[in-house]
Design a protein around this ligand. Structure first.
Ligand SMILES: Cc1cc2nc3c(=O)[nH]c(=O)nc-3n(C[C@H](O)[C@H](O)[C@H](O)COP(=O)(O)O)c2cc1C
Ligand code: SF4
Length: 560
């Protein structure tokens, strides 16, 4: 007979064994499943995050923060992205938790009494694609050979392979293919991870990665060689980035893997430096010469991306283009000071460059004053991946918006803000093979596309609330900025816009309305680059986006 203490220990041992077995089972499941990168990378402990997410609203009744706290993206914003990307209900219940009477600059949309009816399923702007073509043809004003109308006015901002992992870049690119969007390569060159069917904008940064000679200078021949055979639709010269204007970047030697070195055209195992400024030009005049030489050699629209600082540059650029109609940029991407980065000093992210709304309004005004706003496609970036923010940007004069970190969140980023350490827990912003291996690019591509369509869907719903069928047709006067002591002013008054600014002229208005009507078809004015990947049209580019999986939720879903 066993001693009594041994008998009493038996159930405890059994319980421990069962627990160990259970944990092994959960670990095995976590490692093998592909839906959640966090669980694959951090078996067991990753579940705590999901539990906290699940019970967070109840816990927050008693402790911690409000739904609109946390930065740069608050909890409501992140929840909207995560739910949209997963095709879950993305509506909110009970009413706003904004303090409507204690606001300093709140957007209030003055809706129409008679909203525009929603389009039928499959019709332009309708379920499931929620397609919104851009209101302008990119490169048309300057007669570029490959001018085209972007099929989606929401596209993905430049985030290079290097800052992001290979699977993350792949997920974004494949998601763009599904949603009919374009992806900017970012300044790190064109990687195989960019080649999953999504259309591209090739970015020329100060390091000229993917378009440099052996001495590190800009090389037009290298650029042409890099983009040959790829669905590159435009070239974007990056002057600066909202999060770190006037700063270059450094990829430390340890991160310069042979793959990254090959793509960037640098030596492996040595620090990879992108300088603060361009060596190919140092004035507006020289910039325009480089723009024209690229456009002539490639036939593609060429634009610039910049944060907004010194105003004289923008005035000079607009005036020079107005005077000398033979040279000019086709588009400008204005990046707000609130924009993101893989890594930058805090002083720069916090204090250099104007915030988006202020900076963009100044840039738009410079072109409008010079009388050439219609000749340029305006793109905005800086926390614009939400329907209200995108509508605000369009009302200020943007023709398109780019999404960066919002796109990252749609593929799993949890705003851990460790992108600069190389230890991103979700595998989005890391070159660590174990961590990035947790991110399933196929699954995340679907989530990314679902988010992009949901954003377009709610943006269209906002436009219809204002009585029009396309967000570019929303009168800026309908957007009011509500301030303290019950003041309110229309957006164009707040930003000093003159009558007629940021509003499509009648002919373009009619064109946009035709695009959104069932019979509306359009052809790009220039010859095509070749078949458009994934558009199912065999390359004649009628601008319709590809058929989407039916799991796309309707926008806005009505839940009683
Ligand atoms: C991880 C990361 C990497 C980035 N890399 C680039 C880049 O290579 N080139 C660039 O022009 N902007 C880069 N950006 C800035 C974004 O393209 C974008 O302009 C900025 O984040 C604002 O958009 P968002 O608020 O939607 O993120 C990067 C941003 C992040 C978060
Ligand atoms: S480190 Fe954090 S913020 Fe950066 S990509 Fe990864 S999850 Fe997102």
């Amino acid at each position: 007979m066993r001693p009594p203490d041994e008998t009493s220990r038996r159930p405890r041992r059994r319980a421990l064994k069962a627990a160990a077995l259970g944990l092994t089972g959960v670990t095995g499941y976590d490692l093998l499943q592909r839906r959640h990168a966090i669980l694959r990378n951090f078996p067991i402990v990753g579940h705590f995050r999901y539990l906290l997410e699940l019970f967070g609203p109840e816990l927050r009744q008693y402790i911690v923060t409000r739904n609109d706290e946390e930065r740069p993206f608050n909890r409501d914003q992140r929840r909207w992205i995560y739910a949209s990307a997963k095709a879950q209900t993305n509506t909110f219940g009970f009413g706003t938790d904004n303090e409507m009477e204690a606001v300093s600059a709140m957007l209030a949309i003055e809706h129409a009494p008679f909203p525009a009816p929603p389009p039928a399923d499959g019709a332009p702007g309708g379920f499931p694609d929620y397609a919104i073509p851009a209101g302008k043809v990119l490169g048309a004003a300057r007669g570029r050979a490959h001018a085209f109308r972007p099929r989606s006015l929401v596209n993905v901002s430049g985030m290079s392979f290097g800052a992001l992992s290979g699977p993350a870049v792949q997920a974004l690119n494949a998601g763009c293919r599904e949603a009919g969007c374009m992806q900017s390569t970012g300044e790190g060159g064109l990687a195989p991870h960019h080649c999953h069917g999504g259309e591209l904008i090739f970015q020329v940064g100060t390091g000229y990665f993917g378009c440099r000679d052996s001495a590190g200078r800009f090389s037009l021949a290298a650029l042409q060689e890099t983009i040959a055979g790829h669905p590159v639709r435009a070239i974007e010269i990056k002057l600066s980035q909202g999060a770190k204007p006037g700063l270059g970047g450094l990829l430390p030697a340890a991160k310069v893997t042979p793959e990254i070195a090959r793509i960037r055209g640098v030596e492996p195992g040595r620090d990879c430096v992108s300088p603060p400024g361009h060596s190919a030009f140092g004035s507006v005049d020289e910039l325009l010469d480089v723009v024209e030489s690229i456009a002539q050699a490639t036939g593609l629209p060429v634009g610039i991306k910049s944060a907004v600082g010194e105003q004289a540059f923008w005035d000079e650029l607009a005036e020079t283009m107005a005077r000398d109609r033979g040279r000019g940029i086709d588009f400008v991407v204005v990046d707000g000071g609130e924009g993101g980065t893989g890594a930058a000093p805090l002083t720069f992210t916090d204090h250099v460059a104007l915030p988006f709304k202020l900076g963009f309004a100044r840039v738009y005004s410079a072109f409008a004053r010079a009388g050439i706003a219609e000749d340029v496609v305006f793109v905005g970036s800086g926390k614009l991946g939400f329907p209200d923010a995108a509508l605000f940007a369009l009302a200020l004069g943007c023709d398109m918006v780019n999404v960066g970190r919002e796109a990252m969140m749609s593929i799993g980023c949890i705003q851990a803000q460790r992108c600069h350490t190389g230890r991103c827990p979700t595998g989005v912003a890391t070159q660590n093979a174990w961590l990035s291996g947790g991110l399933d690019p196929q699954l995340k591509a679907v989530r990314h596309a679902t988010y992009l369509r949901a954003l377009r869907g709610e943006l269209l719903a906002l436009a219809r609330t204002c009585g029009v069928v396309h967000p570019a047709l929303v009168d800026p006067g309908r957007l009011a900025v509500v301030g303290e002591r019950f003041t309110s002013a229309p957006l164009h008054e707040v930003f000093g816009y003159e009558p007629g600014w940021a509003v499509p002229p009648p002919a373009r208005r009619a064109e946009i309305e035709a695009l959104m009507s069932c019979g509306g078809t359009w052809r790009p004015p220039g010859p095509e680059l070749g078949p458009l990947p994934g558009d199912g049209t065999g390359g004649d580019g009628d601008g319709r986006v590809p058929a989407a999986p039916s799991r796309q939720p309707r926008v806005p879903p009505v839940v009683g």
